[in-house]
Write a new protein. Structure first.
Length: 237
């Protein structure tokens, strides 16, 4: 089972979500460490660690002196993408969006990439997909399986060569895939997943967008069935 994330990570994700939502704009000064510690009911040391995480993601900068503090940076595409993932992760972890709703949106968006992926993919995309499949077929931990799983779906999405779709799907894939793995790992048959992924890679190589959409629909149905099975098992305890 996935370990609970540190409080500093949770705080940095919540602040990142506010930045992504536009509640905190470029140039805005964050509340003081003392105020943030009171707001999040934690120590100043935890706040400092959260601010370090935000700075490492290039979401904020710090300045010393009387006019100093922590300030929101202008968002680059990469930073905006990171913040978008953080927002999606936060919404899912707080159960603000239920699993089925998130799954429907995620797979609908991923299916929408099929035509562009077929038209625009390059040989390197197929190699990356196959590398992810090889990694998934190895006797790896659930965390490693999850990372390779995310890499597979991100590669399929990025093969569309459309940064808007990549941005939208980043939140759905990178935030939801770990959650899907965590909630379904006890019921999941890795070989079934691998069979579907091999079919996706073959369909992309054959430039068959319809087949890719069909396989993604099958994968969606499988994930929802696994989620419900896990839910029933947990409720039966």
């Amino acid at each position: 089972m996935a370990q609970r994330q540190p409080l500093s990570t949770s705080i940095s994700d919540r602040i990142a979500a506010r930045i992504a939502a536009g509640d905190l704009m470029a140039g805005d000064r964050l509340p003081s460490e003392t105020d943030l510690a009171e707001q999040f009911d934690c120590s100043r040391a935890t706040v400092r660690e959260a601010l370090k995480r935000l700075a490492a993601r290039n979401l904020i900068r710090t300045a010393r002196g009387a006019a100093g503090g922590a300030f929101v940076n202008d968002l680059t595409y990469a930073a905006a993408l990171d913040a978008h993932v953080a927002t999606s992760t936060l919404l899912l972890s707080m159960n603000a969006v239920d699993f089925q709703t998130a799954a429907e949106a995620r797979f609908a968006l991923e299916r929408a990439c099929a035509n562009l992926a077929v038209a625009n993919h390059e040989a390197t995309d197929l190699k990356t997909l196959k590398a992810a499949i090889r990694r998934l077929s190895e006797p790896i931990t659930d965390e490693e399986f999850c990372a390779a799983d995310v890499a597979f779906h991100r590669t399929l999405v990025d093969a569309a060569r459309n940064p808007v779709l990549s941005y939208q799907l980043a939140g759905a894939v990178e935030a939801m895939q770990p959650l899907m793995n965590m909630l379904t790992y006890a019921e999941r048959d890795r070989e079934t997943i691998l069979t579907l992924y091999r079919r996706v890679a073959n369909a992309l190589k054959a430039r068959d967008a319809g087949e890719i959409r069909q396989i993604l629909s099958e994968l969606e149905a499988l994930m929802l069935a696994l989620f419900k099975a896990g839910q029933s098992r947990r409720n039966a305890r």
